[in-house]
Design a protein around this ligand. Structure first.
Ligand SMILES: Nc1ncnc2c1ncn2[C@@H]1O[C@H](COP(=O)(O)OP(=O)(O)OP(=O)(O)O)[C@@H](O)[C@H]1O
Length: 269
């Protein structure tokens, strides 16, 4: 493991263009809204999702992240919180390299592993066992290490004969077992995680929790997105609150979570 992992984001912005239809009624709504004054604070407090904009080529885009400046250093366990659509998952996906930012810089040091999407990095026509083998090859493991990886994931995931079937035949829970088993069989320097990876049936959760605790404790940096304040309080040392793609608050767990909970109570619907 490298000893000086870090994540540094400079003026990071990311927009999703919406290509698939004409969106005439959406455009009408957007143009009708233009010019009406809503204070930034008011619009942020009421907001679900990012700003939807019409750019100068008349294309509709969703401004998922806007001018994010952030530095996370070794030892930090960061919780990303915010309303639905605030940009939490997009931010993690940008750091992993799944999404390309439109502008700004992402500088990282350390091996990154992400628990974001059960399909990420998997080949759907190959079996679970073949996917384990592929992952081992990608990690440049020798045959002995691949055997150990296979044994570890097989014992954890308990997919039995399904391990030799193409993963496109798996249920969501089975995919979760396989991808979770794989991701937690290697300790990364930087662990990026969506909260739903903490869900699962009770038996799975108990086993998964042990593996998760193991890599969380060993990783130099952990960044997780969650709506659960108990999860934040249990796992995190710092909280970043996103609103409509921007950093709204960044601070200690107690201070930021109390502020967030108060905001949730005041703006609940
Ligand atoms: N592939 C996509 N195409 C278009 N818009 C997208 C896409 N992915 C995300 N968005 C938009 O980007 C914004 C941020 O989404 P994101 O998934 O990052 O939010 P989130 O904070 O993780 O939300 P949640 O808590 O609901 O999971 C939202 O407005 C969403 O509609």
């Amino acid at each position: 493991m490298t000893q000086s992992s870090f994540i540094k984001l400079e003026e990071l912005s990311l927009q999703f263009p919406l290509y698939h239809s004409n969106h005439r009624s959406l455009k009408k709504t957007l143009f009708a809204k233009a010019g009406k004054f809503i204070s930034k604070q008011q619009s942020l407090n009421q907001k679900t999702g990012a700003d939807i904009l019409v750019d100068n080529t008349n294309r509709i885009t969703v401004q998922a992240l806007r001018n994010i400046n952030l530095s996370i250093k070794a030892g930090e366990r960061v919780g990303l919180i915010g309303h639905n659509g605030a940009g939490k998952s997009t931010l993690l996906r940008a750091i992993t390299g799944i999404y390309e930012p439109n502008s700004g810089k992402i500088i990282t040091n350390g091996i990154i592993e992400s628990l974001l999407d059960t399909n990420a990095g998997m080949n759907r026509i190959l079996s679970g066992r073949e996917n384990i083998y592929l992952r081992g090859k990608r990690l440049k493991y020798n045959n002995e290490q691949i055997k150990a990886l296979e044994k570890d994931v097989e014992e954890f995931a308990q997919l039995h004969e399904f391990l030799d079937l193409p993963i496109k035949t798996y249920s969501a829970g089975m995919m979760m077992r396989l991808s979770f088993g794989l991701a937690t069989s290697v300790t990364p320097d930087i662990l990026l995680m969506d909260e739903w990876f903490m869900a699962g049936d009770n038996n799975f959760q108990g086993k998964a929790r042990q593996r998760l605790e193991n890599i969380i404790n060993k990783a130099e940096i952990v960044v997780l997105t969650t709506h659960s304040m108990p999860i934040i309080r249990q796992w995190c040392t710092r909280v970043i609150w996103l609103k409509a793609g921007e950093i709204y608050a960044d601070g200690s767990v107690e201070e930021t979570v109390s502020h967030y909970e108060q905001n949730m109570r005041e703006n609940s619907f």
